[in-house]
Structure formats: C-alpha cells, structure tokens
Design a protein around this ligand. Structure first.
Ligand code: CO8
Length: 374
C-alpha cells in the first residue's frame, strides 16, 4: 500500500485578539442593561434576571485566555454582540476562501510544492459560509490548483476526516497530491449572549498538504502510519441553522440556529470515547503509547485534553507532550489540533511518533498516527 505523508501545514491567524477581560466586560454590560430594562418584570418574577460572566470561571473551566477573530468591534459592542462581516460581491473572493488560501500558500511553501502539483482540494470545516458553489472550488481556482475540489463538514473532526479522505484518494490513484483546508469563522455561529458558551470559540484557518511519502522530501514531512475515524450520534452539540429555516419562519433567529451544547455531558461522554479510540488505534498499529513523543489534541478544553492524554499515556504528562494553543486561540473547531501540530512539531526528530486527534459534534473523533520522515 502506498505510504502517504503530510508534507507541510499552514496557518492563518486573524489580526484581532479579544481577551477574556474584554469579552466578559462586554457580556456583563449586556447583562446589566438587560436587567435594568426588565427590572419590573424581574421583580414580579415574570422574567429571570441574567447572571454575569466571569474571567476566573472561563480560565478555570476551559483554559481559554483569549481568542482571535475576523472582526472585533461589533462582537464587543453590547448592543450588537456579533461580528460585522459585510457581504462581498460575487466577483470578489469570499472571506472563507481568502483565509483558506492564505493558510494553503504557507502549507504549499513548507511542503516545497506549487499549486499545480495539487489536484484535489478539500475544504473541511464546521462553518461553511454558503451552500454552493463549494468554497473548495473557489480555493482551487484562487490557487490555480488542478483536478477537483469539494467541501465537507464533520464539525470539529473535519480536518482528520479530510486527511483520511485525501490519503485514501491518493492511495486509490485518484489524485497525486491533496490539500485539506480548514477555515473556521466560529464567531459567525457563536451566541455571544449565551453565558455558558460566549467565551468558547475563535476564528482561524489551517491547511495541510498530503502526498505519497516517497515524494515528501521537505523538512516538515510526517508519514501517516494510520488513520481511524469514529462517529456516534448525539444532540449534545448542535446547530439547527440551515436552508429549511425559511420554510419554518417561527424558528428564524432562535438560539438553536447558533451553536448550542450541553458542555458537561459532552465532557463526560467524549473524553472516554476519544481515549479509547487512540488507545485501540495505537494497539492495532502495534505502537506502545510510551513510544509517542507528542499528542496534538483537539483544542476545546484544557482539562479534557489532560484527561485524554493521561488515559492514553497511563501517567501524568511531561511538559510539552500535549501542546496547548487554546489559551490564545480558544476552540477553533477543526483547526485546533492542526494549529498545535503546525506550531509544535518541527523540534521533533526523524522517526519520532505522534498522534493528531480531533473530536467534537456528531459526536465525531479522528486519530492520525504520524512518524517524522527526515
Ligand atoms: N461565568 C461564570 N459562571 C458560569 C459561566 C460563566 N460564563 N457559565 C456557566 N457558569 C456557571 C454555571 O451556571 C454553573 O453554576 P452552578 O454550578 O451554580 O449551576 C457553573 O458555572 C458550572 O457550569 P458548567 O457545568 O456548565 O461548567 P463546566 O465546568 O462544565 O465548563 C465548559 C463549561 C467549558 C463548556 C465545559 O463543559 C466544556 O468545555 N465542555 C466540553 C465542550 C466541548 O468540547 N465541546 C465541543 C464543541 S465544539 C465542536 O464540536 C464544533 C462545533 C462547531 C463549531 C461552532 C462554532 C461556533
């Protein structure tokens, strides 16, 4: 079977950062305004007073300290509390494709490839900007890549599912080299008026070049030793936004048309599922957990990653074994584990082993075992 490699990754980070302090101040200003405006109804027991958010809670519960966003000012305006991203004319590149192209160019440069070397582009992400034409075809066109392109969405697991799809297509002879692109404007689907989740997400784009391992000669190349995917239906992370909303106008604008979750249940159910996925995947590939140099886990919650890494390794973590980027990026959905891999893999040496692992809505989880090539 043809061995496949990740030969380069790329990262686009939006220019605006929002600290927990800024986000919580905006949320609390909204709460104070709401409670003042509804004071009589609250006093009469007809309306429930809103509770303030807290920086300490956010850090303690999630490990998140700040996040990057495409547009900041309107998110922080207590009268708006959503990003303002104006529509672009159809003859201009869409913002999601633009972010993806920036990340893709870096991935291609690190892989030592030209766009013409690519003949499959997958945009694999949670938050697609439109129904059609596929954002992936727009990215393919903007880069000048060959072949074919399509979009796919497996929520936070989109990147690992995309990697398996790309690797299978290369092995099957359907493409020479593939580009998996993960642009995420999570702020577009986040309810900044929801105390339980207003702090969770950030915006970013990542990209991954995959090709046969014998052609991946650059310094950033990692052979994929195996991929393993798992899904298990759950309503605990859900977003009911979609094209049928206009056929049910009573629900338009309701909170369920944005991201909603039962965070505690997700934590409890997903952690064991992911640890079991990685452990069984390693066993089937005949790799002992102690042979791993690094775990690049999905970046949703610091305690969650700590739990999963300890379950997989069977001991406490040594510093740097499971890099954390969610402190500065927050949860960036499909891109999280790829940002961690992109930023914290160059220091490892030839034959070092690691696991890239994503997990999230669906539920869905993906494990990719990799070995440094050069
Ligand atoms: N400030 C202060 N207190 C708060 C706040 C707040 N902001 N929010 C809640 N509290 C309070 C609660 O009211 C509660 O109080 P009490 O104990 O008195 O009832 C207390 O804090 C504890 O609340 P929780 O039990 O909800 O808090 P947790 O400790 O469970 O932490 C987390 C909440 C951080 C959400 C945590 O549960 C978590 O991280 N869970 C896992 C989430 C996860 O991994 N989700 C994956 C989703 S991502 C995905 O799949 C992609 C989706 C597509 C992207 C969409 C883009 C927008």
């Amino acid at each position: 079977m043809t061995a496949i490699a990740i030969s380069g990754t790329g990262l686009y980070t939006p220019p605006n950062a929002i600290s927990n302090e800024e986000l919580v101040a905006s949320y609390n200003a909204y709460v104070q305004k709401f409670n003042a405006a509804h004071a009589a109804a609250i006093a009469a027991g007809q309306t429930q007073a809103l509770q303030e958010s807290s920086v300490d809670f956010v850090v303690k519960a999630s490990g998140i300290k700040s996040r990057f966003v495409v547009e900041k000012e309107n998110i922080l305006d207590p009268n708006v509390m959503r990003p303002n991203i104006p529509e672009r004319p159809n003859d201009q590149i869409s913002i999601l494709a633009e972010m993806g192209v920036t990340a893709a160019k870096e991935a291609l440069a690190r892989a030592g490839k030209k766009p013409q070397d690519i003949d499959c582009v997958l945009v694999a992400c949670s938050n697609l900007q439109r129904a059609y034409p596929a954002i992936a075809i727009e990215v393919q066109n903007a880069l000048g890549a060959q072949g074919f392109a399509f979009d796919m969405n497996v929520a936070c697991s989109s990147a690992t599912f995309g990697m398996q799809a790309a690797a299978d297509m290369i092995r099957g002879g359907n493409t020479r080299a593939a580009l998996v692109v993960n642009p995420e404007i999570c702020s577009g689907h986040l309810n900044f008026r929801d105390r339980d989740s207003h702090f969770i997400f950030g915006d970013v784009a990542t990209a991954i070049v995959l090709e046969p391992a014998d052609r991946a000669r650059g310094p950033h190349a990692w052979e994929i030793l195996g991929t393993r995917l798992k899904t298990q239906f759950s309503n605990n992370i859900r977003n009911n936004f979609g094209f049928l909303n206009r056929a049910a106008p009573e629900g338009v604008g309701a909170p369920d048309k944005l991201f909603v979750q039962e965070g505690r249940k997700v934590f409890k159910e997903v952690c064991p599922m992911v640890a079991e996925l990685i452990v069984s995947h390693l066993a089937d590939e005949d790799i002992a957990p102690e042979a791993l140099s690094r775990l690049w886990l999905h970046q949703a919650n610091a305690s969650m990653n700590d739990f999963i890494a300890r379950r997989v390794l069977g001991r406490d973590l040594k510093p740097g074994e499971s890099p954390v980027i969610l402190d500065t990026y927050a949860n960036t959905s499909s891109a999280g584990s790829i940002i961690a891999f992109h930023k914290y893999s160059d220091d490892l040496k030839r034959d070092d082993l690691g696991v890239i692992c994503s997990f999230g809505a669906g539920y869905s989880a993906g494990s990719v075992i990799v070995k440094k090539l050069h």
